[in-house]
Design a protein around this ligand. Sequence first.
Ligand SMILES: NC(=O)c1ccc[n+]([C@@H]2O[C@H](COP(=O)([O-])OP(=O)(O)OC[C@H]3O[C@@H](n4cnc5c(N)ncnc54)[C@H](OP(=O)(O)O)[C@@H]3O)[C@@H](O)[C@H]2O)c1
Length: 368
Amino acid sequence: MANLDNPTKPVHILFVGAGAVGCFYASRLHHPSHNIYTSLTARSNYSAIAANGVILETHSFGNYTFSPYAVFPSIAHAVPTPSATTNPAPTRQTPRDGWDYIIVTTKALPDRTDDAAAVAPLVSAKTCIVLIQNGVGVEEPYRKRFPQNPIVSAVTVISAEQIRNGVVRQNRWTRISLGPYGSGLGIPPDPNDELSDVVKQGHERMDQLARWWIRYGGIRDVETHTELELQTIRWHKLCINAAFNPTAVLSGGRGNADQLTDPELREHIQGVMNEIWNAAPKVLGKPFPDNLAKPEKIISSTERNAGARPSMLLDWEAGRPMELEVILGNPIRIARRAGVDMPKLQTLYALLRSMQKVREDQKAQGKL
Ligand SMILES: NC(=O)c1ccc[n+]([C@@H]2O[C@H](COP(=O)([O-])OP(=O)(O)OC[C@H]3O[C@@H](n4cnc5c(N)ncnc54)[C@H](OP(=O)(O)O)[C@@H]3O)[C@@H](O)[C@H]2O)c1
């Protein structure tokens, strides 16, 4: 593909997962006048989006309708036409020479689905894979399956929700931090190592994507980083997600600010944050930089954000699987590999995993 802000050949971008995050960032990346065409793979909301596009109610850009270049009812339907054997209904909208970017915005549930395997028929030699998902270790299955493809890892700070099928509300924030992904630890690449080239390509593709989102999509806080910086941001975000999200479920449904009004829960939250704050530098080989908020600061800004209820709690209440592996299981396992135990995270993980299993067993036995 052309390495230009205004590509001379059409660039085809496919979002897999047309939920809150996917629809919002896709809608800021569809610019046919600049030769950039963005499509969606939907699922339960396919009919609504195919009929009306995505209706966005946004704090940052007002209300608008996003009509993607194409919307597909499943991943199989988005397989490029030459692979028609695996696409049940190839259309002229699947790019003949493959997808330039596959942007994965599903919930990260590696204990339920192998999304890297699911997207494999969409990936060709020219495809850059972008993962906009919470947690750590989300990239590993993609790197294993696609050793030669550039991967961009992304962390977003946004508050968005799909309020009904095909209608997405962005409540606040737009920030997205991007970084290329090689091995995950950001070790400066050995020029003889084949990963070094793939990380370089990841850098280029990330820069291009960032420019399109900023210049054409109007998102001001798109940040580009090195691999190590981005992994540091992922671990830093765990201070919020691994502390408040599990506690919201285990405390009986209390929102983040509400948890902090209870002295025992407050001490527990502080303890979880401190555990991550102390473990991450040992995993990453570098302390958190000064510009990232320390636990005390995260706590004081959370106190001002009354009413916020974390996604893990919403998922639990709706009977959906929770992102336990990427927010708790992976950090524990990755830290263990670096010789660090995280007993507080391990306790949260063990309890929530068990709660989820008991509920699913009861459902399977028809008791719920
Ligand atoms: N929402 C936020 O404010 C926010 C903020 C920061 C980070 N995040 C993170 O961003 C990621 C995405 O979150 P989200 O809130 O956008 O989740 P979401 O609204 O639940 O969207 C996920 C979408 O992926 C779809 N999907 C899952 N598997 C699919 C498949 N195989 N094929 C096609 N579609 C598939 C789901 O379809 P179905 O409806 O059919 O299941 C759903 O529409 C998560 O890791 C989350 O933690 C979210």
